[in-house]
Design a protein around this ligand. Structure first.
Ligand SMILES: [Ca+2]
Ligand SMILES: [Ca+2]
Length: 123
């Protein structure tokens, strides 16, 4: 009886130590419906740099410079990423309504801000 009890306690301790890691891993890439979220790493990893519900027509939604690599656009609007360093501002990436991009390719680590347009408009 005594050894059975200590086995059960040991199993509980292992479960408790694993659960917080699992929660952290799933939270990294999450984004609520109706939100736009940008992440510092590809595949929605790293830090969530932006979590916004800014409406269509918003011209500047600031984000940490040169760090965004992936994003989830769970809005009905279009989100446009802007490079604003070294030359006139220009759009470098287009997040279509209700779309995700796990890797922004050549636009990675360049964004200074986003602007938001209705889903039927272009960037
Ligand atoms: Ca980055
Ligand atoms: Ca930049």
């Amino acid at each position: 009886m005594k050894s059975r009890t200590s086995l059960a306690v040991g199993a509980t301790a292992i479960i408790l130590s694993v659960v917080p890691l699992a929660v952290t891993a799933s939270a990294a890439g999450t984004c609520l419906s109706g939100h736009f979220c940008a992440f510092s790493g590809i595949s929605y990893s790293g830090t969530k740099l932006l979590d916004s519900t800014a409406p269509a027509g918003t011209n500047t939604v600031s984000v940490a410079d040169n760090d965004v690599e992936s994003g989830r656009n769970y809005t009905v609007n279009r989100w446009c990423a802007v490079e604003a360093e070294g030359w006139p501002d220009h759009t470098i990436f287009n997040f279509a309504p209700n779309s995700s991009a796990s890797d922004m390719g050549s636009a990675k680590n360049k964004t200074e801000h986003f602007y938001v347009r209705s889903g039927s408009d272009g960037c």
